[in-house]
Design a protein around this ligand. Structure first.
Ligand code: PEP
Length: 251
């Protein structure tokens, strides 16, 4: 399975900064990216076209969006449609990132609508799931992941190509905090996600990549990527500098 090394730039970078980061990153990994790895740059909307131009000749490097609204078009002021993202060069989009769930108030059901709509529109969808610290302490890891996965996948059409689906396990307490889940915690959570995918999709579940996210850095990425059922990483803070994200992509 191709590993996916994803950079989430969140609400950082002007267009010029995004282009400069993408250019330097592409230079740093040129000819060095292992054949079993893909890279995903998830840029802010305002930089998508410019970053697409920058990475067009970088093999194995794809563009992603952080969000969209699950409708083809319409009176949704301030929102972006999947076709607009495809037009800007995006192959991927996120849904259910914890910042959107917990700061913007997105529900499990709304996340499920986005996953289904995005896949049907031709985007590879990255469904993000993960527990808060109080849920972990209360022993609710499996329960939270089950609820988020069931709602997140519930609206996908039976004939949809789920090989383009990606799940990112991101414990909320490890995002942007410098705290990383330990190898056993990561293996346990990824095992649960794989099991939930198998219950729903049978053997096909083995084609779905499961990423880990939460304070991934150049010095812990090598270990994390080697854990069972970890098929890549989703990186926030450490992806903002081309040098550190290149070290992660090559780890
Ligand atoms: C993220 O935004 O998905 C993330 C994992 O952030 P960080 O790497 O900064 O914890």
């Amino acid at each position: 399975m191709m590993k996916l090394m994803a950079a989430n730039w969140k609400m950082y970078k002007t267009r010029a900064e995004a282009v400069e980061t993408a250019r330097l990153f592409a230079e740093l990994i040129a000819g060095r990216l292992p054949a079993d790895r893909e890279v995903l740059l998830i840029a802010p909307f305002t930089s998508l076209f410019a970053v697409a131009d920058e990475i067009v000749s970088a093999p194995g490097v794809f563009l992603g969006a952080q969000n969209f609204y699950p409708a083809a078009q319409g009176a949704f002021t301030g929102e972006i449609a999947p076709d607009m993202l495809l037009d800007a060069g995006c192959a991927y989009a996120l849904a259910g990132h914890s910042e959107r769930r917990h700061i913007l108030g997105e529900s499990d059901e709304f996340v499920g609508k986005k996953v289904a709509f995005g896949l049907a529109a031709g985007l590879s969808m990255v469904l993000c799931v993960g527990e808060k610290i109080e849920q972990r302490k209360a022993g609710e890891l499996r329960q939270v992941l089950t609820r988020q996965m069931e709602a997140g996948l519930s609206e996908i059409a039976p004939d949809a190509d789920i090989s383009t689906l990606v799940v990112a396990y991101e414990p909320v307490w490890a995002i942007g905090t410098g705290l990383t889940a330990g190898p056993l915690d990561i293996a346990e959570a990824h095992g649960i996600v794989r099991e939930l995918l198998r219950l729903r999709y049978g053997e096909k579940a083995n084609e779905i990549r499961i990423l880990y996210g939460g304070s991934v850095k150049p010095d812990n990425c090598g270990e994390i990527i080697g854990i069972d059922n970890v098929d890549g990483v989703l990186v926030g803070g450490a992806s903002l500098r081309a040098e550190s994200f290149a070290a992660i992509a090559l780890a």
